[in-house]
Design a protein around this ligand. Structure first.
Ligand SMILES: [Zn+2]
Length: 74
């Protein structure tokens, strides 16, 4: 992908930290290969990254590390 689907900004390949919410659970993925719009920040994942994350979310293998996630009530 060269241009952002939404704003037509330039999209660049990066590895990012991605927070994924699945029902009541929160998953944090690091070193995720993605393409990020330099203008609006929209993130695009490749099919391989999506598939891997899907496998984690639905299959729950042992995580490499557990990170506490703070939750705030307003
Ligand atoms: Zn954009």
């Amino acid at each position: 992908m060269e241009r952002c689907y939404f704003c037509k900004g330039k999209v660049m390949g990066r590895t990012i930290r991605h927070v994924h919410q699945w029902g009541e659970k929160v998953f944090i993925f690091k070193n995720v290969p993605a393409e990020v719009c330099s203008q609006c920040g929209e993130t695009y994942f490749g099919p391989e990254a999506l598939e891997k994350m899907d496998r984690v979310v639905t299959g729950l293998p042992e995580p490499e590390e557990i990170s506490p996630v703070p939750v705030y009530s307003l």
